[in-house]
Design a protein around this ligand. Structure first.
Ligand code: HAM
Length: 423
């Protein structure tokens, strides 16, 4: 036998057993976004490499070591590691945000060359939201309300919590950076080689170090919130007040800085302890400078993205009664001379009149026994049987596969019968 070829490490297939749960999660995401009036956009999976370098930042982990980049003749291209950069690029390119407010969402695969483990993959899927042209913190609150509603719909609201922080203006962060570097230099012996490198390039990322000894010391480090500019402070206070009034619980986490460079003011993450190390199911924040940085007219932005693999895992973990089924409802069995056409016609009639039911027609022949076995295997509740005499008399045998009873009906009466049976 020829040697088989396997999927790429960290890139997963989604089996027919798993897709119903994925579709259920995705449909919930779509419905919630629609109920807030957001519009879907779709961007290419491949973009020009400098877009990500400029938007996300050269010294971030994502850009410096996780991008799938290749040359297409003399142009360097990258498989998108996230959706914000492409969405901003598209919004500028097509004038979506010129003098206009936009509330947009997208869903699709993203690619990061990370070390695969549970909840962390090289091809993963995000649903993301980007809102342009609204500077007020009320929109930050709306994004959080929207996600909170989605967690309720998915039945995971008791298993996620909200971490919130403000990282202020660029200027405030510069001042804070100096204070943090000064503090960390006093504890340099606790830093790993990688953290020492970060100390020079991106010291704020050291705040979410996994090193416990360093974390203990960091509790005494200067706090970003103490360095905030007045405007960011007021923005954050208004957001917190609105969340309090709307009954959304959160924890202010002064160490939350996020891994992408475009943020300012509000940053947030929804985290869970039910998934081990990869506990962030959703992250986002404000990026008021990004549109201008990528060549557009100054326009504020705020958004988030959630990891669909992590949401699916969490639903499986904590909400096991949700088991969307892929079973079909009706299986059309037919055998004998002249039975294929009436079977196909009957099945089409059912799909036209009862589109919410899943009707499967047996294909490739075989005796009744084999066909009933197949009907059981796909989980059908009813078999509709057409043999030669039913075909001649425009009749059908309706067999209840769970209860066992069967009856003969005129083909003309089957729609009404099934409509009642599935009510
Ligand atoms: P991010 O925090 O890099 O933000 O990713 C958002 C979410 O995607 C994470 O919280 C996680 O659930 C999921 N995720 C990230 N990497 C992986 C991976 N390797 N495997 C599985 N899931 C993963 C962004 O991407 C920003 N663009 C979010 C945003 C939109 N900010 C403003 N607007």
């Amino acid at each position: 036998m020829a040697k088989t070829i396997q999927a790429i490490r960290g890139m997963n297939d989604c089996s027919p057993i798993e897709t119903p749960l994925w579709q259920w999660v995705e449909n919930n995401v779509r419905n919630v976004l629609q109920s807030y009036g957001y519009s879907e956009v779709r961007m290419p999976i491949v973009e020009s490499t400098p877009l990500f370098a400029r938007a996300i930042g050269e010294v971030t982990d994502v850009v410096s070591k996780e991008m799938y980049t290749f040359w297409d003749n003399d142009e360097q291209l990258t498989l998108r590691p996230e959706g914000t950069a492409g969405c901003v690029r598209a919004a500028i390119e097509h004038g979506w945000i010129y003098n206009n407010e936009q509330r947009l969402w997208y869903m699709g695969p993203m690619f990061r060359h990370e070390r695969p483990q549970k909840g962390r993959y090289r091809q993963f899927h995000q649903a993301g939201v980007e809102v342009f042209g609204i500077a007020n913190p009320d929109i930050d609150a709306e994004l959080i309300l929207l996600t909170a509603r989605l967690w309720k719909e998915l039945g995971i609201d008791q298993h996620v919590s909200l971490q919130l922080n403000s990282i202020g203006s660029l200027e405030a962060r510069k001042n804070y950076r100096s204070a943090l570097v000064e503090f960390l230099q006093q504890h340099i012996d606790l830093l790993s080689d990688e953290e020492k490198e970060r100390l020079e390039k991106n010291p704020l990322r050291i705040l979410d170090s996994k090193n416990q000894a360093l974390q203990d010391v960091l509790n005494g480090a200067p706090k970003l919130l103490d360095y905030l500019d007045e405007e960011s402070r007021a923005h954050f206070a208004q957001l917190c007040t609105l969340l309090d009034e709307m009954g959304i619980a959160y924890e202010v986490n002064p160490k939350l800085v996020r891994g992408l460079d475009y943020y300012n003011k509000t940053v947030f993450e929804w985290v869970t302890s039910a998934l081990g190390a990869q506990g962030t199911v959703c992250g986002g924040g404000r990026y008021d400078g990004l549109v201008e940085q990528l060549g557009g007219h100054a326009t504020t932005g705020v958004g988030f993205a959630m990891g669909l693999e992590r949401l699916v895992l969490l639903v499986q973990e904590v909400n096991q009664h949700i088991a969307p089924s892929r079973a079909v409802d009706i299986y059309v069995v037919h055998t004998g001379e002249g039975t294929t056409l009436p079977a196909f016609q009957l099945a089409e009639k059912l799909r036209t009149n009862l589109p919410h039911l899943r009707t499967m027609t047996h294909c490739s022949g075989g005796n009744f026994k084999k066909q009933f076995k197949r009907a059981d295997k796909v989980g059908a509740k009813f078999a509709l049987v057409i043999g030669e005499s039913e075909a001649q008399n425009q009749q059908v045998v309706v067999k209840d596969l769970l209860g066992g009873e069967q009856q003969v009906l005129a083909q003309a009466d089957v729609v009404d019968f099934l409509e009642t049976a599935f009510k």
